[in-house]
Design a protein around this ligand. Sequence first.
Ligand code: FRU
Length: 665
Amino acid sequence: MTRTIVLAIFLTAAVANADELLFPNANFESGTLAGWRVEGEAFQVQPTKGDNPAVRNRETSNHEGEYWIGGYENYTGTIGKPGAIRGDSLTGTLTSPEFKITKPFITFLIGGGDLPGQMGVKLICEGQEIELASGVDSETMVKQSSDVTKFLGKSARLVIFDNATGGWGHINVDAFTASDKAVPDTTKEFAFTDGISAVAYPDTGYDQPLRPQFHFSSRQNWLNDPNGMVFDGEKYHLFFQHNPKGTGWGNMTWGHATSPDMVHWTQRDHALLPYRIDRRAGTIFSGTAIVDHNNSLGKQVGDTKTLCAFFTFANKPTFYQAMAYSTDSGVSWTYWNEGRAVVPNQGFDSGERDPKVFWHETSQRWVMVLWVQKKPGRVRFFTSKNLTDWEFASDLMRDWAFECMDLVFLPVDGDRANTKCLIYDASFDYEIGTFDGQEFHSETEPLKMSRGNFYAAQTFNNAPQGRVVQIGWMRGGPNSAQAYDLPYNQQMSFPCELSLRTTPDGVRLFCWPVKEIEALTKRLHSMKDITLSGSTNALADVSRLDLVDLTVEFEPGTASQVVFDLPGVSVWYDAKEQVLKHTGVDNEGQSREYWTIDKLPPRDGVVKLRLLVDRLSLEAFAFDGETFGAHYINPKLGPQQHSIHAIGGEAKIRRLELRELNSAW
Ligand code: FRU
């Protein structure tokens, strides 16, 4: 008997202390909005059922039970379908039934956009309106408590309101309870975005028939810009903009691969993952990595030099530049000051981005080059001694400048005593000049390098022998996952060595595939002095071709076209228009004729070309790399037989070297 009473008292106390549902259906588990009043459009198709953000490859919702309010979602279990969306543009309110405040705290799950004043949860009590919370810029809801002690015993209502129509203009909520204690506020703490794992993929094989064989592609999913390219003293690191959750752009993360020679790559676990800090959730946009050779950061462990990765923390309302460092050569990373800004937004553009950082020997300082404004185009230079405090140095006003600035030093014609500075942007507009540690002084007009599917290139920091090697993102083409049933989408260009050479027009940039490609040579065919006329095919004696590195010097002579029919692509020199053309593929997968390289007049009657053909791409270099184009091809629509021949007259091959290549995988 006594025992029963004690147990009963204990149970009552326990229940009194437990969180209680604030009012019936305060957790939406009826699967309806019973008890709630709906106004406007935003909450018409609610509550949502299940983890729908995860279904559409976003963060997990972290809801309780089955149902919750997911402002972006368009699935109730009966209406819509999992992963369907209503978007950000709708506005409205959801008003709760009246309830009595019986405990000092109201605790609930909240997510969606952090737009205080425009969107969130408010309490209406005794004619007062108190905003309790807005979202956290993440689909993942976080538990939060609001102190309502002063309203104890009073009647109140909750209003979930959404007046926001732009980015993150939706609110997520669930499970309103009355509680005796507040949950600790974790909304401002550093937290990785839910549902994104650092673990790279199991080896999915690189032997699919249409997988690039000597170009880097991720084992799985989407990639765009190369990031943080650096040589750590032993190996090359290629980080890259990566979506770990799909074959389209999104969830920007730094993927990671390493290589002893820039040709053979091994994919590693993802390096930098999206996170939240101070209630701002963001993803990791492009940037650079450096080797902290003189321990400026003071974090070096043993003899292993620290790697520092500078990146753009892409978050709302304004991006900023942050840094993470690794004391184990890029295996694990620590976010400096929990991912807060090392360079705050400069107030020009909400999307200021893509820091390039390098060591400037003469001034003994680190330099950051940052694109900060589109119109007028502004590139801002900063300097630092310790890699964390950055001082304004100068602004370079250039309308051509947009995204992904890179700046490197190159000797002119190999003369180290005459070293110049090259600055370029994502679309490879460039200028050559000098950099004094504070300012860039131009010595050329704005020039342009590449054409085709080539964007956001950058160079390896710290490369041996002062080499400057560049990789670009081969932007565009069809989604290879959809078009060719591959597990990934998008690839990098082949690494090219940059050099400055004197030309009749002045000093110009040259770009040439790295010599390490020769290690892939399977067979070499060399030919000389072949006249192409009628049905002559210079490749008549070469059997099956697959991966090709072709260097050729030819005189177009009287021919109207000199044709290179290679695996998956036909490339031809149009002697009348003096351009190089090929059968390429547009973003929708349609095959069409492209200009591979425009403006290609013969020099002393000769055209010099180099063509790299991989399963899905063609890279063409003219006159030792003075111009180049990188292009996606549609191998299914390419020529059936390989041949080099002339049309409409006689042409002459002076010299030809065809390397059949092995796969790098
Ligand atoms: C260039 C770019 C960068 C940005 C990144 C985002 O392609 O827009 O400016 O950092 O892609 O993925």
